[in-house]
Design a protein around this ligand. Structure first.
Ligand code: PLP
Length: 408
């Protein structure tokens, strides 16, 4: 048997990112393996929020739109996210939630594809992606078609306007080959929209290299923007001139402060803004993005793969009764591992009671996420060894662990 404890200690000692754990407000006793659902709090965030509230809003009042650069925040943060996803600065803007950005971009894609109405996705995609297509279907604008992964390319016929896929699957962690599917869609005359919610800040993404048309992504997972942080939207430059999205709010206007009666879209990705940006949330997101951009995506990806490989091997040897449903090869999966067990919910609750925080995805998945900026190898080993102990002792059978909370 491998001495995983010693191995974890050695890997932590050799880890070039180990110092970044101190950039986050994390209790030493907590093994936080859920940063793929809600990123941890950067230590600099409370002070930044305090400054925005007290000094910018409190003292400088409305002038802060200009003097503190509030008005530029959506583009400024977008430009900082761009290198994390292989985009150019003017192709990314921060606005609204992922769901709302999906609505805007699916609509825009459909408007560009006269005569085609089908939006192709996969069954089991993240619910909001599927629901947003349904909403447009209800308005008579879209037709939803779902195809299993193996059938995706053959489902791309002349009716498909848009292929909408989540790059890293939230449940299995399986990662699509972005370049291959983008090319297959283009060959069939379809556009492609990638949901990068489980990708940005943790896996390599090259939107430009893949020739992607559109993308959306989440601010509160690996970007550590805080609960409900705004999301981002990407539009390839070649589509900027033709882009037309239906939520034509005044902040997406070319000249909002001319107060014209008629809508004239801002050039480029700026058109994807709708209403007034939430400055407190944006300010928190900027701190998280600055941290990730400062570490750099190559270092984050390298550590992420090391963490998940370590955990996969330790689980396989130590807790073999929980099969891993994520792909074996690290370059085929996101920064997470998913394990199947009939009582995954109870196991997860028992882990949380021991300050090992993962999460549960219905009906039977225990999910461990590896936010590379702050997760330690020791945290990964703790999850594995505590799980072994919880199974051996039967502790997971406690009645309280079977009670389902509203959020799992
Ligand atoms: C987390 C997540 C979202 C979040 O959408 P919101 O509208 O911001 O709540 C969307 N899509 C995927 C794939 C996600 O993982």
């Amino acid at each position: 048997m491998t001495d995983w404890q010693t191995e974890a200690t050695r890997l932590d000692a050799d880890d070039p990112l180990v110092k970044h754990r101190a950039d986050f407000l994390l209790d030493d006793a907590v093994a936080y393996l859920d940063g793929n659902s809600l990123g941890a709090l950067p230590k600099a965030t409370p002070a930044r929020i305090e400054e925005v509230v007290q000094s910018e809003w409190g003292a400088d009042l409305i002038s802060s739109w200009n003097t503190a650069g509030w008005i530029d925040l959506p583009q400024r943060i977008g430009a900082k996210i761009a290198p994390l996803v292989g985009a150019r600065p003017h192709e990314v803007v921060v606005a609204d939630s992922v769901s709302v950005n999906l609505f805007k971009l699916v609509s825009a894609a459909l408007a560009m594809q006269k005569g085609r109405k089908v939006v192709l996705s996969e069954p089991g995609n993240f619910p909001t992606d599927l629901y947003m297509i349904e909403g447009l279907e209800g308005q008579g604008l879209a037709e939803r078609r779902l195809a299993e992964r193996g059938e995706m390319e053959s489902a791309l016929d002349e009716d498909v306007a848009l292929l909408l896929l989540t790059h890293v699957h939230y449940k299995s962690g399986e990662m699509f080959d972005m370049a291959r599917l983008t090319k297959a869609a283009h060959d069939a005359g379809a556009l492609v929209l990638w949901d990068l919610s489980h990708s940005v800040g943790a896996v390599p993404v090259d939107l430009e290299g893949a020739g992607a048309d559109f993308a959306v992504g989440c601010g509160y997972k690996y970007l550590n923007g805080g609960p409900g942080a705004p999301g981002f939207a990407y539009v390839a430059e070649r589509h900027h001139a033709r882009l037309e999205q239906p939520l034509s709010g005044w902040m997406g206007h070319a000249k909002p402060f001319e107060f014209s009666d008629d809508y004239e879209p801002a050039p480029g990705a700026g058109q994807l803004m709708c209403g007034t940006p939430p400055i407190l949330s944006m300010s928190a997101l900027e701190v998280g993005v600055d941290l990730m951009a400062g570490i750099g995506i190559e270092a984050l990806v390298a550590k992420s793969r090391q963490l998940s490989e370590f955990t996969r091997a330790a689980m396989a040897e130590t807790v073999p009764e929980l099969p891993c449903i994520s792909p074996d090869r690290p370059e085929r999966r996101g920064s997470q591992l998913s394990f199947r067990h009939e009582h995954a919910y109870e196991l997860c609750q028992a882990l949380i009671a021991r300050q090992v925080i993962g999460d549960f995805r219905a009906p039977d998945i225990l999910r461990l996420g590896f936010a590379p900026a702050y997760v330690r190898f020791a945290d990964c080993w703790r999850a594995v060894s505590e799980l072994r102990d919880i199974l051996d002792s039967g502790e997971w059978r406690k009645a309280e662990y079977a009670e389902r909370a509203a959020v799992t």
